[in-house]
Design a protein around this ligand. Structure first.
Ligand code: CP
Length: 320
């Protein structure tokens, strides 16, 4: 592995969203992730690439996969890591986002990985601090590393995604995974369709060049990959987008009998956490066509690649 200074460069020093990456950036991240995937499958899973770097993981919203995956990626790269969780911090005493981050940066932090409920919170930070910023999810806007690991996982199975049919099912309205997936897959030349109840599909989707379908079986027949999203009950004040979870599962839940009727097998993906029995039945989630756990595994290599490549673009005297 070349040192971060010798590596090819990304076109941006922050990962705020897939919208701001170009195709070459995405392919560079994938090439680098492929090398790191080899590293994490060795008996000694660590490289010294970021041993002089300190990274703060700031999570203002709950997370299992993303948070653990970033922390593992940072530790595999030998970075120093500090973890911050809003629920156990002075945010509950009224401290602003900028004050919180500036206080952390004054302790000589080089990179910030942040999940925040406010769409655009990372753009705000990027205007005010020097450290590299990685978006680990901003409200209902973007979740760029999820989209990168999703596309990387698809490519491992299907090869080049150009012309491949990828369908994103479910709660598009409340999802940050959907928009990042759409941007990423389109930049890699795939055709993207979304499918769900009309109330859960934003009106702007066709303006992105994405087809919309309300017909589950028709979309299953069309696609090579079904990327199934969670119904985000925590972002809905009350159940008002569909009559009941039972009815949602009946019309939009993916079941094994539906997959058995298809002429060809399709790949099943889900970013997690899964509502088993709602958007997917367990026999689909756990089937041989599901790559849900491979997605999680690839997340570590993708996040190592992102952190490694961004670290080459930090200012000479970073920290704050
Ligand atoms: N996929 C994903 O973002 O999961 P977490 O919310 O558990 O991080």
């Amino acid at each position: 592995m070349a040192s971060a200074e010798d590596a090819q460069h990304l076109s941006t020093r922050h990962l705020l969203g897939i919208k701001y990456l170009n195709e070459a950036d995405i392919r560079l991240i994938f090439d680098t992730a492929r090398e790191f995937k080899e590293v994490i499958n060795r008996p000694i899973k660590k490289v010294p690439s970021l041993r002089d770097i300190t990274i703060a993981n700031l999570f203002f919203e709950s997370s299992t996969r993303t948070r653990i995956s970033f922390e593992l990626a940072e530790k595999r790269l030998s970075a120093d890591v500090v973890n911050f969780s809003a629920s156990s911090s002075s945010v509950s005493k009224g401290e602003t986002l900028l004050d919180t981050v500036n206080n952390i940066l004054s302790m000589k932090v080089d990179m910030v990985v942040m999940r925040h409920p406010a769409p655009g919170a990372h753009h705000f930070l990027a205007r005010h601090i020097q450290a590299n910023i990685v978006n680990a999810g901003d409200g209902t806007h973007e979740h760029p590393t999820q989209a990168l690991l999703d596309a990387f996982s698809m490519q491992e199975v299907l090869g080049d995604l150009r012309g491949k049919h990828i369908a994103i099912f479910g709660d598009i309205l409340h999802s940050r995974v959907a928009l990042s997936n759409i941007f990423c897959l389109q930049k890699l030349g795939a055709k993207v369709k979304v499918c769900g109840p009309p109330t859960l599909i934003p009106k702007y989707i066709p303006s992105l060049g994405v087809e919309v379908s309300y017909d589950l079986q028709d979309t299953l027949r069309w696609c090579d990959v079904a990327n199934v999203l969670r119904i985000q009950l925590e972002r809905q004040e009350e159940l008002r987008y569909f009559p009941s979870l039972r009815e949602y599962a009946r019309f939009f839940g993916i079941r094994k009998d539906l997959l058995d009727q298809l002429e060809k097998p399709i790949l099943i993906m889900h970013p997690g956490p899964i509502n088993r029995g709602v958007e997917l039945t367990s026999d689909v989630a756990d089937s041989d066509h599901s790559i849900i756990l491979q997605q999680v595994e690839n997340g570590v290599a993708i996040r190592m690649a992102v952190l490694y490549l961004l670290s080459a673009l930090r200012p000479p005297s970073s920290s704050g």
